[in-house]
Design a protein around this ligand. Structure first.
Ligand SMILES: NC(=O)c1ccc[n+]([C@@H]2O[C@H](COP(=O)([O-])OP(=O)(O)OC[C@H]3O[C@@H](n4cnc5c(N)ncnc54)[C@H](O)[C@@H]3O)[C@@H](O)[C@H]2O)c1
Length: 254
C-alpha cells in the first residue's frame, strides 16, 4: 500500500478525476477528506469508500469560498492530526469566450474556483505541512495551463495561474520537504462538459479552440490521471518537485 499511514484532501472528489483519485488513494491506504459542492455525489463517494472499509469525511461547499477551502485543512488536522497530501482538483470550464466576449461574471467565477480555491487551500495547508516536515501538493491543471488554444480566456488564464502557484510553492518550501507538482491532463472522459452548456458557448471561441482540440491524439480516462496523482502523492516521487507533467496522450507535444 503506497499511502499507508498518510492522509489526503481531494477537492472535486464527487466526479471524474477527483473521484478516481479518492477511490485509488483509499485503496492504497490513505485516510481522506473529500470536498465537492455537489452533495449527492459527495455523499456517494464517502459512503462507497466507507463500505469498502476505507476512511473518508465529506466537506460540502464551494472551493471558491475561503472558509470552505480552509475547513478542508482544518478538518484534516482535527480528524487525523496532520495533512500529508493536498489535491487541488476541483475545477470548471468557461464558455470558450475570448477577451472581447468574456463577461465579468464568468471571468470571476472561473478564476475564483480554478485558482483562488487552490490558493486558499494551499495557504492554509503549508504551515501544517511545515510542522509535519513534509507534504505533497498536487494541482490538477490542464493542457490549457501551457497552451493558448485549448479553452476560453478565463479557463486558460486560471490554469496558467495555477502553474505559477505550483512553481512558486515548490521552490519556496522545497527545503521544508514540501513538494508541489502539477498534472496537465488532456481531454479526459469526465462530467466537466456539464459546466459548459451548449447554448452559452461562444461560437467564435469554440471554433478557435476546436482547431487545437481537433488534433487530440486520444482521450484519457480519469484513472490515468489518478495513477499519476498516486505517484506524486507517494514517496515514489520523493525528489520530484515543481514538475509540470503532461498526461495527454501526446497532445501537448504538438
Ligand atoms: N476533463 C478534462 O478533459 C480535463 C482536462 C484538463 C483538466 N481538467 C481539470 O480536471 C479537474 C477535474 O475535472 P473533471 O474533468 O474530473 O470534471 P468533473 O466535472 O467530472 O469533476 C469535477 C468535480 O468537481 C466538483 N466541483 C466543481 N466546481 C467546484 C467547486 N467550486 N467547489 C467544489 N466542488 C466543485 C464538481 O461537482 C465535480 O464533482 C478540473 O480542475 C479540470 O479543470 C479536466
Amino acid at each position: 500500500m503506497k499511502l499507508k499511514g498518510k492522509n489526503a484532501i481531494v477537492t472535486g472528489a464527487g466526479s471524474g478525476m477527483g473521484l478516481a483519485m479518492a477511490n485509488l488513494f483509499s485503496s492504497e491506504g490513505a485516510k481522506l477528506i473529500l470536498g465537492d459542492w455537489n452533495q449527492q455525489r459527495l455523499d456517494k463517494v464517502v459512503s462507497d469508500i466507507k463500505a469498502k472499509g476505507g476512511e473518508a469525511i465529506g466537506i460540502h461547499g464551494n472551493i471558491a469560498d475561503k472558509a470552505i477551502a480552509e475547513s478542508l485543512v482544518e478538518k484534516s488536522i482535527e480528524a487525523y492530526g496532520k495533512l500529508d497530501i493536498l489535491c487541488n482538483n476541483a475545477g470548471i470550464m468557461d464558455y470558450m469566450q475570448g477577451i472581447d466576449e468574456v463577461t465579468d461574471e464568468i471571468w470571476n467565477k472561473v478564476l475564483e474556483i480554478n485558482l483562488f480555491g487552490p490558493m486558499y487551500a494551499t495557504r492554509k495547508a503549508v504551515p501544517f505541512m511545515k510542522k509535519n516536515k513534509g507534504g505533497s501538493i498536487i494541482n490538477t491543471v490542464s493542457t490549457a495551463g501551457l497552451h493558448g488554444g485549448a479553452a476560453g480566456v478565463a479557463y486558460t488564464t486560471s490554469k496558467h495561474g495555477l502553474i505559477g502557484l505550483t512553481r512558486n510553492t515548490a521552490w519556496f518550501y522545497a527545503k521544508e520537504g514540501i513538494r508541489c507538482n502539477a498534472i496537465c491532463p488532456g481531454g479526459t472522459a469526465t462530467n466537466i462538459a456539464d459546466t459548459m452548456p451548449k447554448d452559452k458557448l461562444s461560437a467564435f471561441g469554440s471554433q478557435r479552440a476546436g482547431v487545437f482540440g481537433g488534433i487530440i491524439p486520444a482521450f484519457l480516462q480519469p484513472l490515468d490521471i489518478a495513477n499519476l496523482a498516486l505517484f506524486l502523492a507517494s514517496d515514489d516521487s520523493k525528489n520530484i518537485n515543481g514538475a509540470i507533467i503532461n498526461a495527454d496522450a501526446g497532445w501537448g507535444a504538438a
